[in-house]
Each structure stands twice: as C-alpha cells, then as structure tokens.
Design a protein around this ligand. Sequence first.
Ligand SMILES: Cc1cc2nc3c(=O)[nH]c(=O)nc-3n(C[C@H](O)[C@H](O)[C@H](O)COP(=O)(O)OP(=O)(O)OC[C@H]3O[C@@H](n4cnc5c(N)ncnc54)[C@H](O)[C@@H]3O)c2cc1C
Length: 305
Amino acid sequence: MKTLLVAEFREGKLREKYSQLIAFAKGLQTETSMFLVGSPTDLPQFSGTLFLADVAKYGEYNPTVHKQLLLDVIAKEQPEMIVFHHSSYGWDLAPRIAVALKAAQISEVIAIEDGVPVIPVCNAKLRRKITSKTAQTVLTLQAGAFGMEEDPTGTPTVIQIDTGVTGKVQCSGYEAAKLEGVDLTKSEIIVSAGRGVGKPENIAIVQALAKALGGDYGASRPVVDAGWVDHDRQVGTTGRTVTPKLYVACGISGAIQHLAGMKKSDFIVAINTDKDAPIGEVADVFVVADLKQFLPILTEKLLAR
Ligand SMILES: Cc1cc2nc3c(=O)[nH]c(=O)nc-3n(C[C@H](O)[C@H](O)[C@H](O)COP(=O)(O)OP(=O)(O)OC[C@H]3O[C@@H](n4cnc5c(N)ncnc54)[C@H](O)[C@@H]3O)c2cc1C
C-alpha cells in the first residue's frame, strides 16, 4: 500500500504540523511519500520521497495549479491514499483531487482502527469506521488527532516537479482574524467550563474559581455555541491553543478537538462526574465530582488561604 501525504507551506514557512501526517502514516506502516509546494531551503524531516514544486513559481495557495501538480504526481505514484490536513488548504484542495480521481473522500479522520479510518459523528459523541469502496481514497486528518512523541527525523529524497502549469486563481495574501477580548494564549492559569456546567448561570462558579486562582476562564465549544461565553475564550481546534501552567477542565469530556487546544498545558486538573471521561487520559489530577458542589468549596478554601 502507498500513501501520499500533502504538506503545506504558508507565509514563507513550512507548516510544522506536517509531523501529524507522518505520525498518521507511521501508524499505517505503508510506503510513504510527500507532496509539497514549498522551498528547497525549508524541507520537512522524514525518510522518503518528497515531490517538491517551487513555491516561488507555483504560489503558496493556488488550488487549481496545486491540483494539477498533485494529479501529475498521483498519476506517476499511484498511491492508494492521498492525505491532507483538515485545514483551509486541505478543505479547498482535497475535494478537487477526489472529484478528479473519482475517489472517495473521508474527512476529519481522528484514528485508524484495524486499518480503517475513524471519524467523529453526532458532535463527536460517537465514532464511525468508514470503509472506502474506491481504489484510491482522499483523507483529511483532524488537527491534533495524530501526534508524534518526538519530532520527525530524516532527510527526504527530493524529486523536483516543474510542469509549468498555470491557472487563473491568484492568492492576494492572508488576513489574520482580529484578536478581540482576552488572549488566553498568554494566560498562565485557565479554568474552563464545559457542557457539564448545565446552564449559563453556572458559568459564574467557573469564573469565581478562575478569579480565586488569579487566572482566566475559558470554555469548550458547546458552551460558546450556546452563547454562554464569548468565542475568544473557546479552547480547541476552532478556538485557542493554550499552554498554561495550570488548566482546570470543569465538566469537559475531553473530545479530540478540545484536547488539541490544551493538552500541552503543564498541569491539568479535570473535574467530571464520569470517571471514564476521556479527559482523564491527559489529566494529572482527576476529581470525580459534581462541579456545582466541588467548585464552590474549592474556591472558598482558596480564598480562605
Ligand atoms: C470541526 C470541529 C471543531 C471543533 N472544535 C472544537 C473546539 O475548538 N473546542 C471544543 O471544545 N470543541 C470543539 N469541537 C466539539 C467537540 O467535538 C466536542 O463536542 C466538545 O469539545 C464537547 O464539549 P464538552 O466536553 O464541554 O461537552 P460534552 O462532551 O457534552 O461533555 C460534558 C462533560 O461534562 C460532564 N458532566 C456533566 N455534568 C457534570 C457535572 N455536574 N459536574 C462535572 N462534570 C459533569 C460529563 O460527564 C461530560 O464528560 C469541535 C467539533 C468539530 C466537529
């Protein structure tokens, strides 16, 4: 089986998350090559073949041109899997490739079980295994789902691609989203509220603990989607990635998209009524308790010090 990984180059730099693609391929133990429209001076580290098109000529973000470059490599290599990040680059390019190849696309893969991609369903409450019925399959990987314990190593064998293909689309630049309100990426202590808070009035209990600890409060996505907390406080793949000294997860189950945003915190405390909640896998201290009872007592004790 052959796998072709599609790495990304953005704002003059190779995107470091290419290591997630490699971690994914390692789990499958397939013959792996990589495609990149990038620079010969900023190459990914891995042992395998790298098909490299020069970013100076083909642009950083040009789906029509990149599609053609990639299809040429696919025609030559005949990989069974073509693997993208579940990112704006992947969202744009992966379906174009799938349609051109008449291949199945499986989006937001979070794991491989028995050689079969697994995706989250029902707002990540359930997991579903998907078996592709086409000879080639296009995949996008959920951010943070595949991680390497260590940084990848090795030097790729570079095969330069230069077909001269041109297209009508031009990328005029990137516009960073405006940072408004609190910047949790700078917080040293974060206490986050999850759906387990139950109702908007209970956010105050989480805020009180954050204040007593001298930190900020954050939230998981359902709490933000419900409008109980502003979006600038959302932690996770579609919110902030935070690395505080202390992260307290209150009533948060530990879905992969939330973990991706906080698992690099120095010390993690989780408070949850379900002793089997997946947040336990990353927590240094796991308190099995009802947050409505536990948080006010903890806050009171902290304030009494
Ligand atoms: C593309 C995509 C992007 C996403 N991005 C993000 C993101 O950036 N951030 C994010 O957080 N999610 C994100 N999600 C959603 C994610 O998949 C989960 O649905 C979400 O993280 C679950 O939030 P939660 O843990 O608060 O809620 P739930 O999963 O419902 O968990 C609630 C937890 O509270 C516990 N609980 C219940 N009552 C109590 C109580 N009284 N005391 C203590 N514990 C209690 C329960 O046991 C449970 O473990 C994304 C999903 C998708 C598909």
